[in-house]
Design a protein around this ligand. Structure first.
Ligand code: FMN
Length: 341
């Protein structure tokens, strides 16, 4: 691990060399990506997602074995879960708590974090809560969050729907102001739309201690996303994504109504947007169409989960290279330099 170019309380608390956390992306942040980011000095959260025990156990163990007993690298390895799903099945969460390797942190998103945050605090495991509105902030702080992730609607993957959601640019400073007044020890990360050093530096200027990055690290050689999906994403721009619940209906995921997710707005998406009630009431034919799209890796029908920052992604390189580029550019900008690479 390099000496940090940017030092602050987030970097120091989690023994990092860059103020970046790898997002726990369900089915994409597996052991290989998490290990690469931990070795490169970022806080790395395996994508425990819906709490699938078999998947989480395999990928978390993979990360540990790839880190090969190096205590520094292991000290940056944690996991993330979807709270409303944990309330239905917490077997993966319980398994994680039983492991010899204590997670560097556990991130809880989407739903009431309180019962799980309490258990984590009892185990002295740092708690990260990802939130999308100011209304969720007191609950997360009261639950004992050591880190708040302020997620704007630009973000890839799930978040609060367009009606209630916030853009990163106003959400982060509003949270920073609230925390300064009510809970100054709580660390703040920005999420949503951060894919390069400009984004990281901007987030820090807005009052964040760092950034949680999903889409940009999804588009790396180590993520578990299909290569064909990454190649399609490379051709997409920021105008090509939208938030929707269409793909959750087609996948049979019973997300609470407040949440939907951002993905590439493909042909199937366009066919059903504006007709969600119709889709919900009679989804069978659309599910067949979607499922065959997934099988054939046909991304006119299968979804690709990325954020608006897909327009800033121009290559599929290694996670180490991506983190290094972001870190170097942000450090230069924060020191008054320019945006050139
Ligand atoms: C492919 C993908 C899967 C995601 N899965 C999860 C998840 O399982 N749990 C979660 O808390 N957030 C998930 N997210 C959201 C991230 O935590 C984060 O908020 C988001 O990626 C930040 O925005 P960005 O994609 O612009 O970097 C996912 C994001 C992506 C792109």
């Amino acid at each position: 691990m390099q000496q940090p170019l940017i030092t602050n309380r987030f970097v120091e608390r989690f023994n990092l060399s860059t103020p970046i956390a790898l997002a726990p992306m369900a089915l994409a942040t597996g052991g290989n990506l998490a290990a690469a980011c931990a070795r490169a000095g970022a806080l790395s959260l395996v994508g425990g997602g819906y709490g699938d025990l078999v998947w989480t156990r395999r990928e978390y163990r993979d990360a540990i074995s790839l880190l090969d007993g190096n205590p520094q690298d292991l000290s940056r390895l944690g996991c993330g879960f979807i709270s409303w799903k944990l309330a239905e099945d917490r077997s993966a969460f319980d398994w994680l708590l039983d492991q010899q390797h204590k997670p560097a942190a556990v991130m809880l998103s989407f739903g009431d974090p309180t019962p799980f945050a309490n258990i984590l605090s009892d185990h002295k495991i740092p708690v990260i809560c990802q939130i999308q509105t100011m209304a969720q902030l007191p609950q997360a702080v009261d639950a004992g969050a050591n880190v708040i992730v302020a997620q704007g609607t630009e973000a890839g993957g799930h978040g609060v729907n367009e009606l209630d959601g916030r853009s990163t640019f106003t959400f982060v400073p509003e949270i920073a102001d609230w925390l300064a007044k009510h809970s100054p020890q709580t660390i703040l990360l920005a999420a949503g739309g951060i894919a390069d050093g400009r984004g990281l530096a901007a987030a820090m200027m807005l009052g964040a201690d760092g950034a949680l990055i999903g889409s940009r690290l999804w588009a790396t050689t180590q993520s578990l996303a299909a290569t064909s999906a990454k190649n399609v994403a490379l051709q997409a721009g920021g105008d090509d994504t939208a938030r929707t619940s269409i793909f959750d209906i087609l996948r049979g995921k019973n997300w609470p109504e407040q949440f939907d997710f951002r993905a590439i707005r493909n042909i199937l998406h366009r066919k059903w947007e504006g007709r969600i009630d119709e889709l919900r009431s009679d989804p069978a034919a659309a599910i067949e169409d979607y499922t065959s799209g997934v099988r054939q890796e046909d991304y006119d029908r299968a979804h690709i989960t990325v954020g608006q920052d897909v327009g800033l992604i121009n290559d599929i390189s290694s996670a180490e290279e991506v983190l290094d580029d972001i870190n170097q550019q942000a450090a230069r900008l924060l020191n008054g330099g320019n945006t050139e690479k």
